[in-house]
Ligand binder design. Structure first.
Ligand SMILES: *Cc1c(COP(=O)(O)O)cnc(C)c1O
Length: 375
C-alpha cells in the first residue's frame, strides 16, 4: 500500500498538486537539443502522464506503466504484439468488449484463438492442447459479469511452462485487492475508466509491465508512440486526481458489495448471487488466496422468473441508475442480456450491480422496494 498518492512537490511554487501540461510540442535550445530530453512531442510522452503512470505502476508492484486512450486501446496494444499464426487463449466469458473485439481481430489477422472457462484451470489446459506453442494467455478475474475466479498462480505456472505471455485484466479486482504481478503475471491491464479514475468522467486505459525489458513491452511502447492511442493531458490529470482517493472509494464500495451480496442471497425474489466474497461461491477459496481486504464492487444476481422480472426490478429502482460501466462513485445496474448480441451466454434473469459509495442502507432500501414487486 502506498501512503501517499505521489511525491509531487513543486519546488518553485510550493504547489502540492501536479500541473496540467497541455503542450503537444516541446522546444529545442540553440544547439538544437531538446530543452528536456524526456519531452519532444506529446505522442511520445507528456509530463502530465507521469504522475498517473507512476502511481499505477507502484500500486501494481510493476516496473513501468503506460497510459492509453481507453481500456480497449490498451487491450489492442497487447494483441498488436502478436502476428499471424500466433496462438492466444482467452476466457470464453469475460467483459464483452474485450471478448468481441479479440474474436473479430484475431479472426481477421489469422491469430489462432482458443477460449477457456475462467473458473476452471482444467479447461485452460484443454485450450492449450494440440498447439505447439502458445504466445498469450489472457486472464480476467473476477470475470465480468459472471464473476468466475481464475487462480493466478496456477495460470502463471502454466504460462511459464508453455512460454506464453500472461496478461491479466485487473479492472474488476483493482490493485487494492489483487496485484497479479506478485502472482506471476507479466502484464496487467486496466480500464482506468472504472475504479482507478472512479468518477465516470474519464475514458482511459493502462498497461503495467513486470519488467521494462520484456520484448512485448518494447513493442507495446513502440505501438503506442506509432499508432498514437494516448489519452489527452486533461484526462491524465483527472486520472491522477481520482487515484488519490482510490483506497477510500474501493474499500468502501467492496464492503458495501459484500453486505448487499449477503442481503440479496437471503431474499426470496433472488434465485442466485454471484460474488466471490460469499463463502458459498464456487470461486471463494481461490479468491481468498489472491484477493486481500475485499472482493471488489461488482456482483451479479438472478431474480426469480425471467427477463421481464429482471427488467422490472431495474426499472423500479429509484436511487440506483440503470446504465453500463462500473467502478464509479454511483451505483449502476445493468441487464447485460439486453445489451449483448443474441448469442451471449448470459442468463436473461441476470442483473449486474456495480456498487458505488452511497450509504449502504439507502442502496438496500432501493433494491428491497424494487424486489418486493416480484413476491
Ligand atoms: C470497461 C472495461 C474494459 C474496456 O475499457 P474501456 O475503458 O471502456 O475501453 C475492459 N475490461 C474490463 C473488465 C472493463 O470493465
Amino acid at each position: 500500500m502506498v501512503a501517499k498518492a505521489d511525491d509531487f512537490l513543486d519546488t518553485t511554487t510550493g504547489a502540492i498538486v501536479p500541473p496540467i501540461q497541455p503542450s503537444t510540442t516541446f522546444a529545442r535550445d540553440d544547439r538544437y537539443e531538446p530543452i528536456n530530453p524526456a519531452n519532444v512531442y506529446t505522442r511520445d510522452c507528456n509530463p502530465t502522464f507521469l504522475p498517473a503512470e507512476n502511481i499505477i505502476a507502484e500500486l501494481e508492484g510493476g516496473d513501468a506503466c503506460a497510459l492509453f486512450a481507453s481500456g480497449m486501446a490498451a487491450v489492442a496494444a497487447v494483441f498488436y504484439t502478436l502476428t499471424t499464426g500466433s496462438h492466444a487463449v482467452i476466457p470464453g466469458a469475460m467483459y464483452w468488449g474485450v471478448l468481441s473485439w479479440t474474436r473479430a481481430y484475431c479472426d481477421r489477422v489469422g491469430i489462432v484463438l482458443s477460449e477457456y472457462d475462467p473458473a476452471s484451470i482444467d479447461s485452460l489446459e484443454a485450450a492449450l492442447e494440440g498447439h505447439a506453442k502458445t504466445d498469450l494467455i489472457w486472464v480476467e478475474t473476477p470475470s465480468n459479469p459472471l464473476m468466475g475466479v481464475t487462480d493466478l498462480s496456477e495460470v502463471a505456472r502454466i504460462a511459464e511452462r508453455v512460454g506464453a505471455l500472461m496478461v491479466v485484466d485487473n479492472t474488476t479486482a483493482t490493485p487494492v485487492f489483487t496485484q497479479p504481478i506478485k502472482h506471476g503475471a507479466h502484464i496487467v491491464m486496466h480500464s482506468a475508466t472504472k475504479s482507478l479514475n472512479g468518477h465516470s468522467d474519464v475514458l482511459a486505459g493502462a498497461l503495467v509491465t513486470s519488467d521494462e525489458n520484456l520484448p512485448a513491452w518494447q513493442l507495446i511502447k513502440q505501438e503506442r508512440h506509432g499508432a498514437g492511442a494516448l489519452p489527452g493531458s486533461f484526462e491524465a490529470w483527472l486520472l491522477q486526481r481520482g487515484l488519490r482517493t482510490l483506497y477510500l472509494r474501493v474499500e468502501r464500495a467492496a464492503a458495501t458489495t459484500q453486505w448487499l451480496a449477503e442481503k440479496l442471497q437471503a431474499h426470496d425474489a433472488v434465485s442466485g448471487v454471484m460474488y466471490p466474497g460469499l463463502p458459498t461461491d464456487p470461486g471463494h477459496e481461490t479468491a481468498k488466496k489472491q484477493m486481500h481486504g475485499g472482493f471488489g464492487s461488482l456482483l451479479s444476481f438472478e431474480v426469480i422468473g425471467g427477463r421481464e422480472n429482471a427488467l422490472a426490478v431495474a426499472g423500479a429502482l429509484q436511487l440506483i441508475v440503470s446504465g453500463t460501466s462500473l467502478g464509479g462513485v454511483e451505483t449502476l445496474i445493468e441487464h447485460r442480456h439486453s445489451v449483448e448480441p443474441p448469442e451471449t451466454c448470459l442468463p436473461e434473469n441476470l442483473l449486474r450491480l456495480a456498487v458505488g459509495i452511497e450509504d449502504k442502507k439507502d442502496l438496500w432500501d432501493d433494491l428491497e422496494q424494487a424486489l418486493a414487486k416480484l413476491t
